[in-house]
Design a protein around this ligand. Structure first.
Ligand SMILES: NC(=O)c1ccc[n+]([C@@H]2O[C@H](COP(=O)([O-])OP(=O)(O)OC[C@H]3O[C@@H](n4cnc5c(N)ncnc54)[C@H](O)[C@@H]3O)[C@@H](O)[C@H]2O)c1
Length: 441
């Protein structure tokens, strides 16, 4: 099938390349001309495991091409996926400006049947607005009842996780198809047929709600276990053991029960905000989600408090940050907890050094006065403490004897409980090791 992808960010690019990989002819468009130039040259603009390889392969096979023209994509694609950003406005609403812009452009350039698929995460009823926007922007010659071009709008939310996006796209738990016609359903089923996945067919509003409800529920699980972690610290429990014991119950499940410095990233914070606002507008006060959000913020604050308390004086102390991205295996820095934590410590006068395997180039746009280094051992040199904020696998393998040898003081604050399996070793090496919800070690 000839498919167009509008917006080649973390979702659009993975979707486009994976759809090419399963046999479709894909054209991707973005307003970011630099991104498109890099992609035309075969360079992947984001770090996502496995993406480089299938990008190169499908460019070579001419299964995927890149352009700056929505007009071109609209003219030549039977199906058009909208995958532009939907960031938060100050009030928490999803900002749908990019979605509207794209819908307008599609309408202006349509000359025969198209299926327009909403891939971006949007509040319920956005599909109807996209439909209306396309309708009123159709070329004059197609306006009026008899001359109208037929088109469909459908919702097909994306559930991939950054860091394992290619795997997730190719092996989805389910594919949600929010459709208004049999024709749209048939086309979407055909597109995804090679994945042999479970399809959930709903109306458009339900599909949009499934995405917001899913992300909000996952955020709720994280805040729940973080609240439990606080209690563990008071009573001397170990949140890892509690999560293990809870998670073995099939009704609960172990995933997303990892206590830490809270969720971040480009999705959970903005999607929780948007869901709270959607509820508010429909007359429901979603108190539960508001509290999920508060707990998430408190989690960062209590971690900062712990560091301040243990260091006593933060001013002029040298602090090494292990991990900057909002989670491992991505270079994405959007709403990463590292941002608030580093800025709070800088405000207290700390000198910050930082290391991340992939996110440094993006982090450089966010922080000032941070000394970025190339490996964890250079990071540790002269530090009064290390703070682990992203659970990169390589951090588990570090030589902590060597690290202790170059630090000023052997103190580690583990904001992800990532080194828990090495707790005893750290203790015997003489480290002060602080983690989350495991009592004070
Ligand atoms: N990142 C994730 O893990 C993830 C997962 C599931 C769903 N989503 C949702 O998918 C959507 C996209 O997220 P993302 O992380 O890929 O965002 P992103 O910011 O990485 O990418 C969005 C892209 O859209 C482009 N764009 C904006 N306006 C455009 C226009 N008029 N024409 C062409 N391109 C345009 C931008 O230049 C950018 O490259 C969001 O709604 C997000 O909530 C994201």
């Amino acid at each position: 099938m000839k498919i167009g992808i509008i917006g080649v960010g973390y979702v659009g690019l993975v979707t486009g390349i994976c759809l090419a990989e399963i046999g479709h002819d894909v054209t991707c468009v973005d307003i970011d001309t630099d991104k498109i130039t890099r992609l035309k040259n075969g360079e992947c603009p984001i770090y996502e495991p496995g993406l480089d390889e299938i990008l190169a392969k499908n460019i070579k096979k001419k299964k995927v091409t890149f352009t700056n023209s929505i007009k071109e994509v609209t003219k030549k694609s039977e199906v058009i996926f909208i995958a532009v950003g939907t960031p938060s406005k100050k009030c928490g609403d999803a900002d749908l400006t990019y979605v509207e812009n794209v819908a307008r452009e599609i309408g202006r350039n349509m000359d025969s049947y198209r299926l327009i698929v909403e891939k971006s995460t949007v509040p319920a009823a956005t599909g109807k607005r996209i439909e209306h926007t396309i309708e009123i922007n159709l070329p004059k010659k197609y306006q009026g009842k008899s001359k109208k071009i037929e088109f469909d709008v459908a919702s097909n939310p994306e559930f991939l996780r950054e860091g394992s996006a290619v795997y997730d796209f190719m092996n989805p738990d389910r594919i949600v198809l929010g459709v208004q016609s049999k024709r749209a359903e048939k086309i979407l089923r055909e597109i995804y047929k090679p994945l042999n996945a479970k399809m959930v067919v709903t109306n458009m509003n339900s599909a949009e709600l499934i995405k917001h409800a899913s992300n909000s529920f996952l955020a709720t699980k994280i805040s729940f276990i973080n609240a439990v972690a606080q209690i563990c610290d008071y009573v001397g429990g170990d949140v890892l053991e509690v999560a293990e014991g809870m998670g073995l119950d099939k009704r609960i499940g172990r995933s997303f029960l990892d206590a830490g410095v809270g969720y971040g990233g480009s999705c959970f914070p903005k999607d929780v905000d948007a869901f709270v606002r959607l509820a508010e507008k429909s007359g429901y006060d979603f108190k539960l989600l508001k509290e999920v959000r508060n707990i998430n913020e408190d989690q960062k604050l209590s971690f900062i408090k712990l560091i301040e308390d243990k260091l006593w004086i933060v001013k002029n102390k040298t602090i090494g940050i292990l991990g900057l991205s909002f989670k491992p295996n991505t270079d994405d820095m959007r709403s990463a907890p590292s941002i608030d934590i580093i800025k709070a410590l800088q405000a207290e006068g700390a000198k910050i050094k930082a290391y991340d395997p992939q996110a440094v180039s993006k982090a450089k746009d966010i922080f000032s006065n941070v000394a970025f280094v190339k490996d964890p051992y250079s990071l540790a040199k002269g530090c009064d403490c290390l703070i682990l904020l992203t659970e990169w696998a390589e951090f588990k393998e570090l030589n902590f004897k060597k690290i202790k040898g170059v630090m000023n003081h052997a103190t580690i604050f583990d904001g992800r409980n990532h080194l828990s399996s090495r707790k005893e070793e750290l203790k015997s090496l003489g480290y002060e090791y602080y983690s989350i919800g495991r009592g004070i070690v």
